[in-house]
Design a protein around this ligand. Structure first.
Ligand code: KG4
Ligand code: ZN
Length: 362
């Protein structure tokens, strides 16, 4: 079936046309308009500005996706949209647009959870991927491990109790003077920092984000604060003025030490998850799955534990429409179809969001 899928949960307006059926997983187009440059001026996403940007971008982005796919709207079989979780004003733009389009074309409307969609990006990376599998979703807003028993059934078995990993990358990056979002720049700085450490520089010790108990939960706020405090203390000791930058080599060491701590923490809980569930396939998804050090370390623990690893290609790790279309297919197969009363929900865990979805499940 041909699905046009819309994503607008945060600061990317995205639309894709995908073809999904038994044995076919194909992206016909994948159009993304990012607002990063606008929000970079403020050092983070400004929700009100994000919704306005979505309103401006959504029509051109949907037009571009249809044109790139080389199809007529009349060929579509369904419209899919992210309805939760995310910034409420941003979600509402996508949901309203999708509702109008589905109504106008007389097509089924499929509501999709953003976290499930991130995981579904992996279906395009591996033609044979199928449940059951474990999914680690690491993004700017989430860090959770799910036991995916069927493509539409996600059991959360671990999650962060405060900040998400991506948020920690971005906040530490900001204090080091990196442009928002700092994740990708931190990745590059860390590579340079690891070289310094190989050459004899000392690693800086930061608290692990793996909570020292028998849960599979994380906490990134202590690590984030420790890292930021380290940078402030460094400035004081080095008697740097407000405008003086921290020396590049010190930034490299902080980025490497921070990344090492994040990666080790994530991997230690993942190994426990492998043991407890006996799952033999792991999907890693979300913006932070683009991190080269995390990808390498997870590859190593998967090899060691005989677990097959499936990570979406870089361009499908961040927010996009194709991942929404892929998940929509599996939701639709179980009877999930919304009508024009579909609403958007900021929190995916909220009873309202769950009730909304159950209402649309036959
Ligand atoms: O999944 P995503 O595009 O949006 C959310 O749903 O949050 O993830 C964005 C997050 C940002 O925090 C960004 O800094 C982070 O992914 N990110 C990275 C890298 N590339 C993007 N973090 C670490 N290393 C990277 N290479
Ligand atoms: Zn996302």
């Amino acid at each position: 079936m041909l699905i046009l899928a819309i994503e607008s949960s945060c600061d990317e307006t995205a639309c894709a046309v995908v073809e999904m059926s038994e044995g076919v997983r194909r992206i016909l187009s994948n159009s993304v308009a990012t607002q990063i440059a606008t929000h970079a001026l403020y050092g983070g996403v400004v929700p009100e500005i994000a919704s306005r940007c979505h309103i401006e971008a959504i029509t051109p982005v949907v037009r571009e996706a249809v044109r790139d796919a080389g199809i007529e709207l009349s060929q579509l079989d369904a419209i899919a949209v992210t309805y939760s979780p995310g910034l409420i004003g941003s979600l509402l733009v996508g949901v309203s647009f999708a509702k109008s389009l589905a109504y106008d074309l007389g097509l089924p409307l499929i509501p999709v959870d953003h976290i499930k969609a991130h995981t579904a990006a992996a279906y395009f990376a591996d033609e044979t991927l199928g449940a059951p599998f474990l999914s680690l979703v690491v993004s700017g807003g989430h860090t959770s491990i799910y036991n995916v028993t069927e493509p539409h059934i996600f059991h959360e078995i671990g999650s962060t109790r405060d900040d998400a990993a991506g948020e920690a990358f971005d906040k530490v990056g900001r204090v080091m003077g990196l442009t928002y979002p700092g994740g990708a720049a931190m990745d590059r700085l860390a590579t340079e920092g690891f070289k310094l450490i190989e050459d004899g520089e000392a690693m800086i010790k930061f608290p692990s984000p793996a909570i020292p108990d028998d849960t599979l939960d994380y906490s990134f706020s202590g690590l984030k604060t420790a890292c930021i405090n380290y940078l402030h203390n460094y400035r004081q000791k080095a008697e740097l003025g407000d405008k003086d930058p921290v020396p590049e080599d010190e930034k490299r060491l902080v980025a490497a030490s921070f990344t090492y701590t994040v990666v080790n923490g994530i991997c230690s809980k993942l190994e426990t998850a492998f043991e407890r569930t006996g799952c033999q396939t792991l999907v890693v998804a979300g913006g932070v799955a683009a991190n080269s050090h995390l990808r390498r370390a997870i590859g190593e623990i998967c090899d060691k534990n005989g677990v097959k690893l499936c990570i979406p290609p870089m361009y499908l790790c961040g927010d996009n429409g194709a991942m929404v279309g892929a998940q929509a297919y599996y939701e639709y197969k179980t009877g999930v179809v919304a009508d024009c009363s579909l609403n958007a929900y900021a929190s995916g865990e909220g009873a309202m969001a769950a009730a909304a979805l159950s209402k649309f499940t036959k």
